[in-house]
Design a protein around this ligand. Sequence first.
Ligand code: DMJ
Length: 502
Amino acid sequence: MASLIHDGPSLPLPLPEAHGPGARGSEQETGSGSTRRRVLTGAGVAASALVLGVAASGRQPASADARLAAEVHSEFLHGWRGYRAAAWGYDEVRPLSGTHHDFFAPGRTFGLTIVEALDTLFLMGENLEAALCCDWIEQHLDPVQDASVQVFEAVIRLVGGVLAGYQATGRRALLGRARELADRLLPAFTASPTGLPYTHVNLRTGAVHGDVATLAEIGSNALEFGLLSRLTGDARYYEASVRAYRAAVSRRSALDLLGTSLHVETGRWTDTAAVAPNAPVDSFYEYLYTAGAQFRDRTLRSWYRTLTAAILRHQAVRIGGRLWFRAVDFRSGRSVGTRTRQQELGSFYAGLLAKGGAPQQGVAYFDSWTAVLDRHPVLPESVDCATLRPVDPSGLLRPEYANAAFDLWRMTGLDRYRQAAYRWFTAMRERQRVPGGYTTLRDVTAPPGSPQNYGDLTPGYWFAENLKYLWLMFSATPRFDYRVGLLSTEGKALVGLRQRWV
Ligand code: DMJ
């Protein structure tokens, strides 16, 4: 089995020039260029990460911490064994009851946790386990099931996970499986009169439904589809992504803000609140930046700059001396909704801001979330940023804070981000570890260890993200090229995996 993962020398990264629309040149932005410059420089922000004295992308870590890396590895294996023992072949494990959860559709399995864990296992040197995952995907993952799946989740988790498996192993069957999945998902884009994707598609019949799409659902596919286009030479995937982005960005307001959801068939906004970086728009901006950089797509880069300048201008607020982002009407810029409610899901944005040219704001936003962590060792799902009290106290084993710490550490090399991530990790270990793995919590403010507080689920993303960020920070693994390595919103290492045994 183990031989199914290639041994041998490190291979050159598959990074040819983009062949998709990104190579075609840029779309000219109008109207807000000078405003954009004023906003960024007026806030004292240089146009690149150089303000922090760092490279724009990552660099090889100077030092590993073998003891902490071993702790992280051990906890990942604890969760993995829990899944293996109770839910192998199913989507997600319920570690308290020893049962499983179907993530995409009742009665259907995609072996989600296997797909989610694959590249993390590879990065941790678990060759045999990684090979077992590859075998399962090749033999059992059915991309033509009679199941209506959420396109967004299927792309970032399944297509991304299988692609990362291919990048780790070079097994051609995995690339084929990723492509089959993408082909089954494409009708969500191609059946749409506007290019905005329907939210759901039946993998067997191609029937689409879900005619109101959030920004995260619209944009969070450009990395996976772009890589697939690059690897297969078939431009359709990336073209579908860019068409969807264009359909959304072209509907921005005069303030260069976007609402939250669009009607797929009419192209009209179904709400008018600009809520970035909170859900359900979060990764729309992440992919705009990351795909723009990865595929050298000047159009996407230009859109990212325009939209981010508007977010910083109209949504950034200081509350209690900390940086937060308020929801505003996207046309008027006036506050809407609960001004002080912030979601943990938005905390990844600290890293994105820094990567995207606003490092001071990125650091400030990270510090805001660290202040929440000072109050609540496990971050609640949402907080009132004026009081730092939970609004939704559940603890869903979310990875976003560690993701931001990883991005900031990778850019700066500063140990404070590793320390912050380690503190986050130890709280998770203390409060969410159970004999069968790791579990969600109903209330992060309840005393640790109360059985009635356990939610009985290890989400698939826990295997893709939470401990991968920690492992990459502490292990200095030669399996990852820290200079060019690219992680998706689901933590999938889409670029920068080195195909070799260690
Ligand atoms: C993950 O599925 C992805 O990170 C997604 O973009 C939003 N967050 C969840 C985990 O919290």
